[in-house]
Design a protein around this ligand. Structure first.
Ligand SMILES: Cc1ncc(C[n+]2csc(CCOP(=O)(O)OP(=O)(O)O)c2C)c(N)n1
Length: 616
């Protein structure tokens, strides 16, 4: 099949099992070849090739609403709905989204990026269906990792309460979140998988037992079902359970989906799949290295990006810092919500298995758990991406901050993130945290200063503190160690004195701007606001009111550093005549190359330089 010719999925209706198999081969080859060039979520998609084809064969999208939890595994859905031709631009600037996008296709009925929202959205659509006959079946595909999250379990509980509604939840069980799945639900699912299938048991019992005894048997069977642990898990939650189904076998898949479709009540179809199937390196991967990939060689599975010597991602820099700290401090506990790989914590886990706790995709639990640990005297480090921190707002306010708990929050991926796009940008955490009493927020201009902030946080700071770091690489030589102890209290740093304009910024932009200003020979006063909260009032009071002030942040403007500084300067009666703020102006920032996006939103270093030249 020429995948580029596919316009919409109805052609599947007439295909035989053999033809479906051949189509799935073509799709796997296409995914491997295309993602080798662009990168993207390889493993999750290779695992659901047959399942997605079966979904589109049995259901009629877009009348039937197909929801994909997270949406990172919807590439096959994109191919079957006419988007194969756009894969060359996957996750690129102005290109095909790596998640569902309603603007891309009428078949994309719900967008996500963060996990575990699909069931609640499905519930909403189910209720909407009561008044809208044009809405067909409501079908949500969700992974076993995402099902363990609070939101998904809340919605599972909620929908189970309506026996007359008919959501079809397809559970894609590959025993993996990004890396190995955690939590008791994972064990429940393992139990179901390893016990004989309930369906086959039921078939057998109705064959061997005469009719008049069936009532009795079904009671006995019901009791016996209790032993097939997990079958009762979904049934006791109010769902008709189908499974476990071999997710790479079209006959089983189609039969199970048809059966669920003909039901009247809430259904769970439990499908077992192999994450990364069909490509040796991803199929063998148990650490999640092939979950989201950069370009690679499809022949041998080698990644194309060469690691420059002494050049590391901030995630790696921080992970190495933590390894060093754990060596001397057994009370240090590191908490991650399902992001061991992304936060580069595999080495930490191997060396200090008892000091790393993966709570699963459960940011809220991670935050309150950190609070509990800290209140009982543990050095507590919660590592979390800026975008996922949004899930834990109330827990940070109500639990961590209100208790004044000594939790160090490492905010990874602060700032723009590139290909993941709108749902993942790390540009909203500053306003979200800044107004919470007791919170301190900081970001270093380079690795050395980041380590100094961490040392300050662990050794001097009382109460919660969040230290941001970007999705960027930076040079560092680990022979230099981590011993940077020059920050003893929250304070800013004057990088250079100048008389024509003042610039305040933070993070890597500090050094980028310093270089550019020096090169251009501009007489600019440059301040590094390494603490975003509290503001350094002593420095603010010394600002020259007669020259322009520019405040730059790779963050949203509303409630950000710029607005906080202006408000404080007004209070101090010290506002300069000309003040400009540069940041993202009340928007969701689209996917794409970070430098392109910074330019597009006029907050790259050149835009700051241009503004300086205009003002001076
Ligand atoms: C709230 C939130 N936290 C973390 C993530 C990062 N993340 C993306 S996919 C994923 C794993 C999902 O596992 P599962 O649902 O089992 O799907 P699979 O990839 O195995 O198909 C995680 C943790 C996210 N998208 N959203």
């Amino acid at each position: 099949v020429d995948l580029n010719q596919i316009k919409e999925p109805s052609f599947l209706k007439t295909l035989s099992t053999e033809e479906l198999k051949s189509l799935s081969q073509d799709i796997r080859t296409f995914l491997i070849q295309e993602l080798a060039k662009t990168g993207g979520h390889l493993s999750s998609n290779l695992g659901v090739v047959e399942l997605t084809i079966a979904m589109h064969k049995v259901f009629d999208s877009p009348k039937d609403q197909l929801l994909f939890d997270v949406g990172h595994q919807a590439y096959i859905h994109k191919i079957l709905t006419g988007r194969a031709k756009d894969f060359h631009s996957l996750r690129q600037t102005d290109g095909l989204s790596g998640f569902l996008k309603r603007a891309e296709s009428e078949h994309d009925v719900f967008e996500a990026g963060h996990s575990s929202t699909s069931l609640a959205a499905a519930a909403g659509m189910l209720f909407a269906k009561d008044h809208n006959p044009n809405i067909g079946e409501i079908v949500a595909l969700i992974g076993d990792g995402s099902l363990g999250s609070g939101m998904a379990l809340e919605a599972l509980n909620f929908m189970g309460h309506y026996p007359d509604k008919h959501p079809i939840i397809i559970l894609n069980d590959n025993e993996m979140s990004i890396s190995k799945n955690v939590g008791h639900l994972a064990k429940v699912l393992t139990n179901i998988r390893t016990k004989k299938s309930y369906r086959s048991l039921r078939r057998k019992s109705s064959k061997i037992v005469p009719g008049f005894l069936r009532g009795f048997v079904s009671k006995a069977e019901r009791r016996f079902r209790g032993f097939i642990s997990g079958v009762t898990y979904f049934e006791s939650m109010g769902y008709q359970y189908f499974g476990p189904i071999d997710g790479h076998d079209f006959k089983q898949l189609i039969a199970a989906l048809e059966a669920a479709k003909s039901e009247q009540k809430p259904c769970v179809v439990h499908v077992r799949t192999v994450k990364g199937k069909g490509f040796d390196p991803s199929e063998a991967d148990k650490l999640g290295k092939w979950h989201g990939v950069s370009p690679f060689n499809p022949e041998n599975g080698h990644f194309l990006k060469k690691n420059h010597e002494n050049f590391y991602s901030y995630s790696t820099l921080v992970a190495k810092y933590l390894e060093n700290r754990a060596k001397h401090d057994a009370s240090l506990k590191v908490i991650t919500p399902a992001m061991i790989g992304g936060s580069d914590l595999q080495r930490f886990q191997e060396q200090y298995p008892n000091q790393l706790i993966d709570v699963g995709i459960a940011e809220q639990t991670a935050a309150t758990f950190a609070c509990g640990l800290a209140l009982k005297g543990n050095k507590t480090y919660l590592t979390i991406y800026s975008t996922f921190l949004q899930r834990a707002y109330d827990q940070i306010s109500h639990d961590i901050a209100r208790h004044h708990a000594n939790v160090v929050i490492g905010i990874d991926r602060a700032g723009l993130v590139g290909g993941d796009g709108e749902t993942h940008q790390g540009i909203y955490d500053i306003p979200m945290l800044a107004h919470i009493p007791n919170m301190t927020i900081a970001q270093g201009k380079n690795p050395e200063e980041t380590f100094a902030l961490f040392n300050y946080a662990f050794e001097h700071h009382k109460g919660p503190i969040a230290i941001r770091y970007p999705r960027e690489h930076s040079a560092y030589n680990f022979d230099k160690g981590f011993d940077y102890n020059h920050i003893k209290k929250p304070s800013w740093e004057t990088i250079k004195e100048g008389k024509k304009a003042t610039v305040i910024t933070f993070g890597p932009m500090v050094e980028t701007l310093k270089t550019k200003i020096d090169k251009a020979g501009l007489d600019v006063h440059l301040i590094n606001a390494r603490f975003i909260k509290p503001l350094d009032e002593a420095i603010l009071k010394t600002i020259d009111q007669t020259i322009p002030l520019i405040i730059h942040e790779e963050s949203t403007l509303t409630g950000g550093l710029g607005e906080m500084i202006i408000a404080r300067l007004v209070k101090l009666n010290h506002l300069p005549q000309t003040v400009k703020t540069l940041g993202f102006d009340d928007c969701f920032v689209e996917q794409g190359d970070k430098s392109v996006m910074l330019k597009r939103h006029h907050i790259d270093a050149d835009s700051v330089m241009k503004l300086l030249e205009d003002l001076i």
